[in-house]
Design a protein around this ligand. Structure first.
Ligand code: CA
Ligand code: CA
Length: 340
């Protein structure tokens, strides 16, 4: 490149010609391209060399075997050669290749080649432990070495083919082991359980705790919380404001069990027999906590939670406590709760 730079320097000195600089830049670019191609060629050359070395090694082994076969033969006439030429050691199973190798018949003998997944000279083949190499399996998967192969299986808490493993949402699938009075939260690779309000424990086992007292006019309901009913027919929003004025809000179920627990209380205390409808904390199919109404919480004949609808409890059911919907402007009583 030095003579070109000299030429450029001279050219600039004499006439300030810019085209010479362009030429130098082009030549430099060309130099870079050639350097890259050289690197690529060297890489493929190295690969070819390794492949060729292996092939040659196999051929030498084969030739050695042929040589030994000839030397070991007790006969020295034409019939010997003919016999050797006609014999297919691979088919006759008279070869001594490894059981993990393929036998290849040659003119006077045979050669052995380790099967894919094995390494060696063909007479002795060892399994390749693919699991020692990184990235054989995907993230969140475990590699297991097997003879000639390997397997990838997703770790516990994940599902997939071993290359792509996705977290299992145990809470959505219902495959969790949370207690019925616990809330399940999905995590990557696992999940957690937390006992619901007025229950305590490790989430797998939850037991009820006593509610000592509630601020008036709220009353304690075991396993549910502090509850109060406003016995005045008003719209959803007005009912909610009524609960809030008392320091609480419309009742929000943490899960279906929590809800059924309150229903049982209403049946036990004859509240259900009053056949009064009460607004609860559900608007357009979503509890005020943000939880969507579960299918088992919806009344079977009124399952639509359309826009502009709010939910009330049908206190007159004898076994189930289900949500019904009405336009939010309808006037019903209010079922309030106050967090302790
Ligand atoms: Ca293997
Ligand atoms: Ca999970």
């Amino acid at each position: 490149m030095a003579p070109i730079r000299l030429l450029l320097a001279l050219c600039l000195l004499l006439s300030g010609c810019s085209f010479a600089q362009d030429i130098v830049e082009e030549i430099q670019k060309l130099g870079d391209v050639i350097a890259n191609q050289k690197t690529e060629l060297m890489t493929s050359f190295e690969e070819m060399k390794t492949e060729l070395k292996n092939e040659v090694a196999e051929m030498i082994n084969g030739a050695k075997a042929e040589w030994e076969a000839l030397n070991n033969s007790t006969r020295t006439d034409v019939a010997t050669l003919k016999h050797l030429l006609d014999t297919d050691e691979c088919n006759e199973m008279s070869h001594n290749c490894s059981s993990d190798a393929s036998c290849i018949d040659t003119r006077v003998s045979f050669r052995c080649k380790c099967k894919p997944g094995f390494t060696g000279d063909g007479y002795t083949c060892e399994d390749i432990d693919e699991c020692t190499e990184r990235f054989r399996c995907g993230p969140h998967a475990t590699c297991k070495n097997t003879p000639g192969k390997y397997t990838c299986s997703c770790d516990a808490g994940f599902q997939g083919d071993g290359k792509d493993c996705e977290d299992i949402d145990e809470c959505a699938l219902g495959s969790h082991k949370c207690h019925k009075y616990a809330v399940c939260s999905n995590t990557v690779g696992s999940y957690t359980c937390h006992c619901t309000l007025y229950h305590e424990g490790d989430g797998i086992n939850c037991h009820e705790v006593d509610i000592a007292s509630c601020a008036s006019p709220f009353e304690p309901v075991r396993g549910v919380g502090c509850i109060h009913i406003i016995e005045k027919s008003q719209s959803y929003e007005t009912s909610r404001r009524g609960c809030q004025k008392l320091g609480g809000d419309l009742f929000v179920a943490i899960n279906s069990e929590h809800y059924l627990r309150l229903a049982k209380h209403f049946i036990d205390t004859n509240q259900a027999s009053k056949k009064k409808y009460m607004w609860v904390g559900v608007k357009e199919g979503v509890w005020l906590s943000g939880r969507k109404v579960a299918p088992e919480e919806e009344a079977p004949r009124n399952p639509t939670m359309d826009s502009g609808t709010c939910s009330y409890t049908d206190g007159d059911t004898s076994e189930k406590f289900l949500l019904w919907t009405d336009p939010c402007s309808t006037d019903w009583w209010a079922l309030c709760e106050k967090k302790i």
